[in-house]
Design a protein around this ligand. Structure first.
Ligand code: C2E
Ligand code: CA
Ligand code: CA
Length: 601
């Protein structure tokens, strides 16, 4: 080794040992990167290290003072000091190390720092040392993880995991509370949200969900918890309600807020609303899963009763729900066994047309399904069609209706000696989604040799609002087949009149609710008048549904309605009775002029 290098090393070592303080435990304690404070039995400081109190001036003042002095000097809240004192005493009394945690809030920085501490008695209890390591970063990381685990990314609301956990907590609290308090769970499902996604895309849908969350937060109190369970399902937990009535009021407010128009990216939608099911705790139970099921049932019923409303859960509801399940089971069995003809048949309601003055004749008939279940008896279509639609059973059932009614129509035709009249068949939107529909109809038309112009299909407005490509394609394919298409229940949904100009349709059927009210409701009269006017301009056929008395007919006739359907002209009747009516070349005399005087006075 070179001599000069050795010399250099010796010099460095010498310098180093001269500069360094002699190694002692005191030095180590002072510089230890961990808080150390040593107290006497009375809680006065004997020693604190630099980590505990970085400010040197203050550190020098501390011996002989207590925690309260130190905390007041650094501007820390003294809340945790009581616990600290207790733990020090405990360590002394029990002669052992005591572990605890501490959160110290510093007003100056408006931050809380967290510490893991332990108190250790020394010298036979003459003094006690307090050690502490900073946990703040760990606590923050934990909080963030917890936030991520319990919040919905899109909306920032609590998520399903948070909901499950917090509902359990609420239920536990309820069991402990002796006095009567009511907690309500509001299960909220958006109406028509699928339409938003389908027609405007998922990004737009996401923005709508964010806006919905914002409105929910704004409408509710800070203490109310809001959760997004996924999709367009939201839940609110309301604590400390004065009475049940209050929960209904909140539901109303929520629905009103959600129903306001949404203007996003210059596109406005105004058809979104919400249906809310409400369960009360503990009245409706204290089992989490059952409660959610009940709230869901109540929501489903709110939806079925025309959306845009709320329903409280009751055992009555649960009966309805179990009937729904029973019916779905029965329908499924029927479809699986394929025994349609045993349980189902089709009735026909005549559609009349005015020939002259008081003379009306049958122009067509609407096929309406009837079901007699061996378990449940006669079930009206208003009850089982929605169930069949929800479960997709409408596809095979609808296919049977098509086959059966077109077959019977061909027979009518032969019985009546080729009398011209048309058959109208209801199609559910679900059927329009099927890629087999057009093929099936085409095949039936060909094999039964039916003039497509004598066939009409009735679709509700929702079918037209579907932006699904296949639905649109099927609508146009129907028109290409040469059949007629009627918009059923017109006026009951969102369709505006201007939209009539754009859709593939050949007729509209004015909803029964409008005809019902004709005599007393001026607004309805005005609306029907303009619907008829516009339809005439667009060369659309107009059929008024649910005409029950001469007064209604008189008013409709004055507005130049062209076709009529309703109990006044005839109720739906069996195949045999309808055949008879047709072969008599059925027509009706209704004296309009008599009614005229009283109807419009
Ligand atoms: P819709 O298509 O609006 O059918 C007309 C309904 O009004 C029928 O009820 C009929 O009996 C009733 N109605 C007719 N005239 C009057 C009247 O003057 N006053 C009153 N109060 N009611 C009248 P129905 O047969 O119970 O059918 C109910 C609904 O079930 C139908 O409403 C339709 O939406 C659906 N539906 C019936 N059959 C079928 C079917 O084969 N396929 C599909 N997809 N839906 C069907
Ligand atoms: Ca119909
Ligand atoms: Ca209708």
């Amino acid at each position: 080794m070179k001599r000069w290098l050795i010399r250099l090393a010796i010099r460095i070592l010498k310098q180093y040992s001269e500069n360094a303080e002699p190694f002692d435990s005191d030095y180590l304690l002072r510089k230890l990167p961990m808080e150390v404070a040593v107290y006497d039995r009375d809680g006065k400081y004997i020693f604190v290290n630099e980590y505990y109190c970085p400010d040197e001036m203050l550190r020098r003042q501390l011996p002989g003072r207590d925690d309260y002095f130190y905390f007041s000097q650094i501007g820390a809240e003294t809340g945790p000091l009581k616990k600290r004192e207790e733990n020090r005493q405990k360590a002394l009394a029990e002669k052992r190390i005591v572990h605890f945690t501490e959160g110290i809030y510093l007003a100056r920085t408006d931050k809380t720092r967290y510490y893991k501490r332990f108190a250790q008695p020394f010298a036979d209890g003459a003094y006690v040392a307090l050690f502490g390591s900073d946990l703040t970063a760990v606590v923050h990381a934990q909080k963030e993880l917890k936030y991520l685990a319990y919040h919905d990314k899109l909306t920032g609301l609590f998520n399903r995991d948070a909901f499950n956990e917090q509902l359990d907590q609420v239920l536990m609290e309820l069991e402990r509370l002796p006095e009567k308090t009511t907690v309500a769970l509001l299960f909220c499902d958006l109406d028509n949200f699928k339409l938003v996604n389908d027609s405007l895309g998922h990004d737009y849908g996401d923005r709508v969900l964010q806006e919905v969350s914002r409105r929910l937060r704004e409408t509710l109190r800070k203490s109310d918890r809001i959760y997004r369970l996924g999709g367009d399902e939201f839940v609110v937990i309301l604590k400390n309600l004065k009475n049940d009535y209050e929960a209904g009021l909140v539901a109303q407010k929520l629905i009103a807020a959600i129903s306001q128009p949404y203007i996003i990216n210059q596109t406005t939608i105004n058809y979104l609303s919400a249906s809310v099911g409400i369960v009360l705790m503990p009245q409706n139970g204290t089992n989490r899963e059952l409660l959610i099921k009940k709230a869901d049932t109540a929501m489903y019923l709110a939806k079925k009763q025309g959306k845009d409303g709320y329903r409280f859960y009751s055992d009555q509801i649960s009966q309805t729900a179990s009937r729904t399940m029973q019916l779905e089971k029965n329908l499924r069995e029927l479809v699986v066994k394929g025994v349609f003809n045993e349980q189902m048949h089709i009735v026909y309601q005549p559609i009349f047309e005015k020939e002259n003055d008081n003379h009306f004749r049958i122009a067509g008939g609407e096929a309406l399904i009837r079901w007699k279940s061996p378990d449940s008896g006669m079930v009206p279509p208003s009850q089982f069609i929605p169930i069949a639609e929800k479960s997709n059973l409408i596809i095979p059932i609808g296919q049977w209706v098509l086959e059966r009614s077109l077959y019977e129509y061909r027979n009518f035709y032969q019985i009546t000696g080729n009398r011209e009249f048309y058959l109208s068949v209801n199609l559910s939107t679900k059927q329009l989604h099927s890629n087999k529909l057009i093929g099936l109809i085409r095949e039936l038309i060909e094999t039964l040799d039916i003039n497509p112009r004598m066939l009409q299909f009735e679709l509700t407005e929702t079918s037209y609002l579907e932006q699904d490509e296949r639905v649109i394609r099927n609508l146009h394919a129907l028109i290409d087949l040469g059949v007629r298409i009627a918009i059923d229940d017109f006026g009951s949904g969102y369709a505006s009149m201007s939209y009539l100009q754009r859709v593939p349709a050949t007729a509209i059927k004015i909803d029964r609710a409008f005809v019902n009210n004709l005599e007393n409701n001026r607004q309805h009269r005005e609306m029907i008048r303009s619907i008829i006017q516009l339809s005439k301009n667009l060369k659309l056929d107009i059929i008024a549904e649910g005409v029950e008395d001469v007064h209604q007919l008189q008013i409709l006739d004055k507005y130049k309605c062209t076709k009529y359907q309703g109990f006044l002209f005839g109720r739906p009747v069996s195949y045999a009775d309808f055949s008879k009516a047709l072969s008599k070349n059925s027509s009706m005399e209704i004296n309009l002029s008599v009614a005229a005087a009283s109807a419009l006075s």
